[in-house]
Design a protein around this ligand. Structure first.
Ligand SMILES: [Zn+2]
Length: 532
């Protein structure tokens, strides 16, 4: 059945919405077209599109062909492709062990049940060091906040709960919790390794699913660019339910720490009564993968050197530990949905024969699930001359119900907030700020690679009003399907709503590409600091 949607009258050819002659776009047909790309990319035969895998190569071929068909010019280093090399390390748990040393006694830590040993290409094979509890483990110079102040952490393992104080502004908390900033601050203090304990207040997935993912290979860019802080010798993720074993004998308990977390009280800081002894077995290999880059050149001779980047990630988790008998992590919403949108937005621009002043760059990146590596590589090694002036990133925007509200990450940070408000409101869609800033979504996908280079950016989720069935659907998706094999083609999706989302993002890209001025961070935005 064709859905007549007066919310979207602004996109209609005539403004006769509400009469029998309404010519609203055929959202159902556009939604099916969008879904056809998701169907290809999230099919079992693509085996979860793991970075460097055969399935990813099929997906990359598909994107390059679809970009070509949509009239985009090749803008990679080699046609539509921008290849890059990765080091790959994987835990060999049969040759790994973790122990706590307490009062001369050795207590084994059961890998998978109690904790997970992280891997990185530069990790140490053997570590033995005392442990210190450092609260949230954050150092925030501009707030004069330092969880390491007055503690002897040199040569030690820092144990912390993820998250941060309730009164710390969301973006600051998110920034200093990012892997790089944390490593930078802890390394400066002489910390050699970390144990992080997931904060139950912001837990998105149960421990069993986290534990199931520990055999995923870790990939690192061979050439990550400048300014990358040193790696930890050892990094451990501890099961919140077992964390008490770290605290026994210290004079403090983990429930006491949790009570402070839950009451928004400052966390205590103290040396633990244990030393940590780890032995890490790893297997090493290397792979190549690539970003796919397509260009709609700008029509203005000067402004065409400025690029509005529209991005999504093409990789997902590949084939992994089975859940309910299914081993393929299809990644239909995460993020085949975003790549399908890239294609549909490019197609719509071609069909409309739009000639924006600035260039629009369509970027489908690899390595997001490995730590936003493909976008980091693109930002460090651009394939086009000129400046990226905005990143509009789509990662798992979750079209699970009708589009009435659009949640925007980065809404209050730059002039792009006004742009997205304008195009959404013209379509009758209400814009919402990030409702769950504690999840750090603004820095948890590829837009962050651009933000770190000073480029104003936005990311999106379908919005909802708290307490409605839509909230239930949204939260259930995270609990049941996020990074699970059930993020596949059998899940219920509102395809017409996805097509409406695509139309809004198309209008957004055009508006930014045609604007008198390039986007700017707001004067009070935290992220302004990255502008050089
Ligand atoms: Zn994703």
């Amino acid at each position: 059945m064709k859905r007549v949607n007066c919310l979207f009258a602004a996109f209609a050819i005539t403004s006769a919405c509400g009469t029998a002659f309404a010519q609203s776009p055929d959202w159902d047909a556009l939604g099916k077209q969008w879904w056809s790309h998701v169907q290809f990319l999230a099919d079992d035969s693509l085996e979860g599109r793991d970075t460097g895998s055969r399935g990813f190569e099929k997906a990359a071929d598909y994107m390059a062909e679809q970009f070509r068909a949509a009239g985009l010019q090749p803008a990679g280093a080699n046609g539509y492709r921008q290849p890059m090399d990765f080091d790959v390390v994987r835990i060999d748990e049969s040759h790994s062990s973790l122990e706590l040393l307490r009062d001369g006694k050795v207590e084994p830590v059961k890998l998978g049940d109690d904790a997970i040993l992280g891997v990185n290409a530069r990790a140490a094979e053997n570590v033995e060091a005392p442990a210190v509890f450092v609260g949230y483990g954050l150092t925030v110079p501009e707030l004069h906040y330092d969880d390491l102040a007055g503690l002897d952490v040199k040569g030690k393992i820092a144990v912390f709960v993820t998250g941060g104080p309730a009164d710390m502004p969301g973006p600051i908390k998110a920034h200093y919790q990012s892997g790089e900033e944390r490593r930078r601050a802890l390394a400066k203090a002489g910390v050699i390794g970390v144990i992080s304990i997931p904060n139950p207040k912001s837990a998105e997935v149960p421990w069993s699913r986290i534990a199931a993912s520990r055999f995923q290979p870790r990939m690192e860019l061979r050439d990550p660019g400048a300014d990358v802080p040193p790696a930890y010798q050892v990094s451990i993720l501890f099961n919140t339910d077992r964390a008490e074993m770290l605290f026994a004998g210290s004079g403090h308990t983990f429930p006491e720490v949790l009570a402070a977390v839950n009451a928004d009280k400052p966390l205590p800081h103290f040396p633990l009564a244990v030393a940590v002894r780890s032995h890490l077995g790893m297997t090493r290999s290397e792979v190549q993968s690539e970003n796919i880059v397509g260009l709609l050149p700008g029509s203005d001779p000067q402004l065409k050197k400025e690029y509005v980047v529209v991005s999504a990630h093409l990789d997902h988790l590949g084939v992994g530990e089975p859940v309910n008998g299914d081993r393929i992590y299809n990644g239909a919403m995460d993020d085949a949905s975003g790549d399908a949108s890239l294609i549909e937005i490019a197609r719509a621009l071609k069909n409309s024969a739009a000639q924006p002043k600035r260039s629009i760059l369509f970027l489908s990146v690899t390595g997001e699930e490995k730590g936003e590596l493909g976008s980091q590589y693109f930002a460090a090694h651009p394939t086009v001359p000129g400046a990226n002036i905005a990143d509009i990133n789509m990662d798992m925007y979750l079209p699970l119900f009708p589009l009435k509200y659009l949640e925007v990450q980065g809404l209050g940070e730059s002039s792009l907030g006004d742009d997205v408000r304008a195009v959404a409101e013209a379509a009758g869609i209400q814009v919402q700020a990030d409702k769950e800033p504690e999840h750090n979504r603004f820095i948890r996908s590829d837009q962050y690679s651009f933000i770190k280079k000073g480029v104003p950016s936005l990311a999106f989720k379908f919005g909802y009003v708290p307490g409605t069935p839509e909230e239930k659907i949204f939260k259930a998706w995270y609990a049941e399907r996020y990074h699970a094999p059930s993020d596949d083609l059998t899940q219920p999706v509102d395809m017409a709503a996805a097509a409406q989302f695509n139309a809004i993002l198309e209008k957004l890209a055009l508006r930014v590409a045609d604007a008198d001025h390039r986007p700017e961070w707001n004067p009070d935005s935290f992220f302004r600091r990255f502008v050089r």
